[in-house]
Design a protein around this ligand. Sequence first.
Ligand SMILES: NC(=O)c1ccc[n+]([C@@H]2O[C@H](COP(=O)([O-])OP(=O)(O)OC[C@H]3O[C@@H](n4cnc5c(N)ncnc54)[C@H](O)[C@@H]3O)[C@@H](O)[C@H]2O)c1
Ligand SMILES: [Fe+2]
Length: 385
Amino acid sequence: MANLFFIPQYIISGENAMKMSTEYMKSFGEKALIVTDDVMVKLGNVKKLTDALDEISVSYVIYSGINSEPTHTMIDEGVEIYKKEGCDFLIGIGGGSPLDSMKAIGAVVTNGGSITEYMGKKIEHKLPPTCAIPTTAGTGSEATKVSIITNTNTGVKMLLNDPKLMANLAVVDPTFTVTVPPGVTAATGVDALTHAIEAYTSLKAFSMSDIYALSAVKRIFDNIYEVYTNGSNVEARREMAIAALEAGIAFSNASVTIVHGMSRPIGALFHVPHGLSNAMLLDVCLDYLKPGAVARLNQLAKTIGVYRPGMTPDEGADAFVVATKALLRTLNIKTPEEFGIDKEEFFNQIPKMAEDALISGSPLNTRRTPNKDDIMNLYKKLWDK
Ligand SMILES: NC(=O)c1ccc[n+]([C@@H]2O[C@H](COP(=O)([O-])OP(=O)(O)OC[C@H]3O[C@@H](n4cnc5c(N)ncnc54)[C@H](O)[C@@H]3O)[C@@H](O)[C@H]2O)c1
Ligand SMILES: [Fe+2]
């Protein structure tokens, strides 16, 4: 079977990546729309970018109206500014929220209509040139053909998935991530871990995606606790930034599976940050997955060094699941209850969440095919912890 492997046109990584990237940005156009959030402005990261653009005489306008978990109205606003200001390319700087928004704005600029009409549709016309500068080590959005935008009219976190959403240029400078607070560091790191595990155990996994997925899982197991407890360790931050990039490449090519499918509805309805809702689900979903993915989970145990000679594949798979659960415990991931979700309201929403999860298509890539009842049961299990 043949497989298409798809990555950004250019990836520039490492300290000072932004400096090296200006040459490419200059070739993208004359006026950039910078899509970002207020935190990036306050931290001075946007200033670093605009200083670099000033040096190469590229104009820009800043749209900093993106909040966590971007909505369709934020995209409308960005499109309006892009057009009104006569921009001709886009730069997203921030976590996954600004990067996804940047891609969505680009799609509407050249394809018209409203982003709410894009779910499940092919994007016809290519976007203006796009540059993605991540400041969290999590989503991998800088190297994925995915954008996730909430339609607040329907309460659905829309998964937009099209090769045209891949950024032309990804600029991965780990020094941006040093300021990420511990809770966000843990949640975004688990998002990347989930991408890598899901890509590796996806029914759509293949040789090229496996290389990136395995490398990402190893880097994350080796470094996530360190960045969580010692955020100023630049070496560990670098490893996590590369891991998030690798995990993004892996899942963009092999797809995510049940965790992400179930995570998006929790995010849309209860405003749980994406990484955290993945982290809440990862352990129960691994238990569910195990019977269908013993060989793959056994390989993951070997990759992170918890497989012991003489173990059967089943014992190896268990060892990986146990190690992942132990890792999650060290990161103090909140339960839905600790996050402040009302149990009754959550249970009332379970049928809708299970339906939305299945409609997204992601759960069907799981090596053990879930039906609606399986998914409803897994949502309930989140309250047994
Ligand atoms: N496109 C994809 O492939 C993909 C994959 C997974 C998730 N997502 C989406 O990405 C979004 C989540 O992205 P995220 O987890 O990066 O969170 P985010 O972009 O929402 O950022 C989380 C918080 O961290 C802050 N922050 C970001 N960088 C910082 C820094 N360097 N220092 C201090 N604070 C910083 C932000 O301002 C924000 O308050 C969700 O909407 C999710 O659905 C997209
Ligand atoms: Fe994710």
